[in-house]
Each structure stands twice: as structure tokens, then as C-alpha cells.
Design a protein. Sequence first.
Length: 179
Amino acid sequence: MTQEPAWEAEFRTNGAEETQALAERLGRVLRRGDLLLLTGELGAGKTTFTQGLGAGLGVRPGIISPTFVLVREHPNLGTGPDLIHVDAYRLGSEGEVDDIDLEASMDRSVTVVEWGRGLVEHLSDSRLEITLIRAVGGGPVTDGGAEAGPATDFEDTDEERTIRLAGFGPRWQQAPDLG
Ligand SMILES: Nc1ncnc2c1ncn2[C@@H]1O[C@H](COP(=O)(O)OP(=O)(O)O)[C@@H](O)[C@H]1O
Ligand SMILES: [Mg+2]
């Protein structure tokens, strides 16, 4: 297991659509066997990011949080890899990860694991770690007037996120071109 990233890259997005657009560009360069770990607090945007990955990969739409099923499989609509979307929040050990047998599908799929850090690194010699960070203090950033009224629907408020990518292992010696 590789401990030092070959490279790190940082992006800022403003709103879910920008996060999905970034993830969509990444999704287009992913290949079968790729393992992605998504880290970030509840509501940081891990599932939102995965929706963009799915769009870039060309899998069947309808990606939602897999929290209550642990694993969801989204078949590719063309010839590209399927997407295996995992929520490891309730998994306590590498042994429990091995019980759900992600290895069986890994070679033909892209495997994306929310809350995967410390649990799934052993599944591959390479991985892409993605960390989503909410602005400290939360709440919408305003320019002093544009958002005078109180926000009533926090779920749909565009917020800033910092998104860090780090590549580990032979597959990710080079940073992908997301330009
Ligand atoms: N820049 C942003 N990137 C991603 N999501 C954002 C952003 N700004 C606001 N949001 C909102 O934050 C929420 C993220 O939820 P979700 O993707 O389910 O998070 P997680 O899977 O990390 O718990 C969504 O309601 C989304 O619309
Ligand atoms: Mg989620």
C-alpha cells in the first residue's frame, strides 16, 4: 500500500453543479479497476461528486446515497466501466469490507467508496483519494447585500467546497488532465 501521494491537486467549486462538472471530467479518464476514496463530513458533497463521476463514465443515472444498502451498482450505458458505489460508513474493519467482496467486481468496474479511508486501501495497489471540505464556519458566503434574506432551504444553497485530489500507486503516477 502506497502511503505517499505521487501528486496532489486542489480545486474550488461553488455549488453542486460545479462539483459535478469537475467530477464528470474526472469520470471521463477513469478505467476499469480504478479505486476512488471519498472523504468529507456529512453533506460535504461525496454523493454529489459521485453523480458527476457517473455522468462522465456514462453509467445509468440515478445515483443516490448508498447508505442503507452499502453497495449500489450502476451499469454502463455504453462500453465503459460500470460504477460500484459504496458507503463504508457503517463498516468497522477491513474484514467487514472483505465480506462485501468488492474484489469480485473491481476488475470490470470503477469502485467509489464514500468513507473509505482506512478501510479499503488494501483492495488495490493504486488509489485516488478525494477530499471535500466545507468552508470553515459553514453558511453561504455573501458579498454584502446579494443575499439579504434568510436562507430557507440550506440543501439547495450553493456553497463553496475545496476539493483535493491525491494520487497513489502506479496507476496515478501522473495527475489526470481535468482542464
Ligand atoms: N460546492 C458544492 N459541492 C457539492 N455539494 C454542494 C455544494 N454546495 C452546496 N452543495 C449541497 O451540499 C449537499 C451535499 O450532499 P451529499 O452529496 O449527499 O453529501 P455527502 O454524500 O458528502 O454526505 C447537497 O445538498 C448539495 O446540493
Ligand atoms: Mg453520501
